[in-house]
Ligand binder design. Sequence first.
Ligand code: ADP
Ligand code: MG
Length: 594
Amino acid sequence: MTRLYNDPAAFAQEAVEGFAAAHARWVRTVPGGVARRSGPVPGQVAVVVGGGSGHYPAFGGLVGRGLAHGAAIGEVFASPSAHRIRQVAQAVDGGAGVLLTFGNYAGDVLHFGQAAEALTAAGVPARTVAVTDDVSSAAPEETHRRRGVAGDLVVFKAAAAAAETGASLDEVVRVAELANSRTRSFGVAFSGCTLPGADAPLFTVPEGRMAVGLGIHGEPGIGEEALPSADQVAERLVDRLLAELPDGVDRAAGQRAGLVLNGLGAVTYEELFVVYRRVSRLLAEAGVDIVDPEVGELCTSFDMAGLSLTLVWLTDELERLWTAPADAPAFRKGALGDPDDVPDAPGLVRDQADVPEQADVPDQAPAVPPLPHATADSRELAAEVVAILDTVLATVDTHAEELGRIDAVAGDGDHGIGMRHGATGACEAARDALGQGAGAGTVLDRAADGWADRAGGTSGALWGVILRSLGTAIGDTARPRPADVAAGVTGATAAVMRLGKAEVGDKTMVDVLVPFAESLRTATAAGHSLADSWDTAATAARRAADATARLLPRTGRARPHAEKSLGTPDAGAHSLALIVRAVHARLAERPVRT
Ligand code: ADP
Ligand code: MG
């Protein structure tokens, strides 16, 4: 149970504010997340880490000398948006380029990838490294599909320690990739976590049982066993990691390894020590020298009762980086002296009383370009677009809990929250643009930014792309004909497939987008009105969404739990079908003049 929160939707932001206030000697809030209090380090590659909230000390707690320069922080379990990531990177860029590193989840890959492209285009060379340490999330031949869990720390630390030595961006990327390729984690859990405001855990484990192979988002495990003793848990974890040595490590005996025994939130430190007692003996028996073990909470999942073991098989270079000093709010190693000896970032007011206020500074919008000229016709249409977006928000609101429940079956349970955040952001941005006299295309374009930025996550990035494509197709001058709207939807579908790389049959929203677009195209081409065509297409969308229940996911967060999702539709497919049906109701009631 997460008991202490105010408005659940504000949980992530309020946690960051309190964290920064408590650790003002180390960090400062910046738009999009937190950064070292001391500001950019000139000439040094900046390491920006990040991900959703709910994993403390990942990610803000790992910001400090010898570790990350900044952390981009998303909503609960949702990746930060590309916009937030860019803002944090710009706040810490020291002129030598930026490494963006994060756990390998679809939403993070999309947003960090977009941010890297935008930064590079703006003259800040940026690269990405996604951490893939979790052995239970894909087979050894498919390590690129594995997710990142507590091994994040190992990769972040190696990259940051290399950056501290003045290494170039290429070098820092090489080291991060090397650390990632030699890091493996495996976890078990005894109970699931409950998100702020939710009244049930994302998953449950029967009394006296243990789930094996958990993620850090309450994604269900890949197996279940009788509850073992602490020693047996230690044996299970060590056996699994010794069974899969990375390339370049032929045998465990004689190797040196860094180690993280990570508590996921509701396992006590003393329980971890009891487990570690046996882990250390088993590894010693296997001939492995453990270097600087970390036993504690390094990457959590709210109140999930579980733990994971991470090993990084060290080379001489990786050992130097693993043991290098670091001084972050939640991770210290060696002696770096008093944090107060490092000068403040220019202009920083570091007074306890000022911290919350400073944290209140809202994400600054990017330099908003002036509104393109719009015809009176398009401005009139823009008002109708805003009303349709209100309908989308109302639909998402009504179904938020149901969407969360569906996503929790095989995903991470945040789809309802994400869609609500996104639709809210879209409506606000759209209304704002309308107030300034924007045409329909620009209103949709601003709504796209509002959605992606507020929601984060996979669906946030993809809904941003959908709205942006529609905006481009509709433009700010003419009133589109029904066939133009259909062409816009077809273009949006193609853009989603280009960015997300999912195809029909992968059990994602693409399974609904494709038949919806096709049906809209056929109906409008046959000369039907927009409302009638949309009606037919929404019916096709519903049918397609229901049919996803019979599919196995092949991409996205739900993929490792493929079988679990049989019989349940895809969350993003279902929400899309609900939304297009609601939009039809609005179109039927107040037809849009075309
Ligand atoms: P996250 O997966 O980051 O938690 P959400 O829960 O909000 O994000 O959205 C999950 C939905 O996103 C899935 O149900 C699926 O419909 C959609 N999705 C995930 N990955 C892809 C992809 N690669 N292409 C298209 N849609 C995807
Ligand atoms: Mg999700």
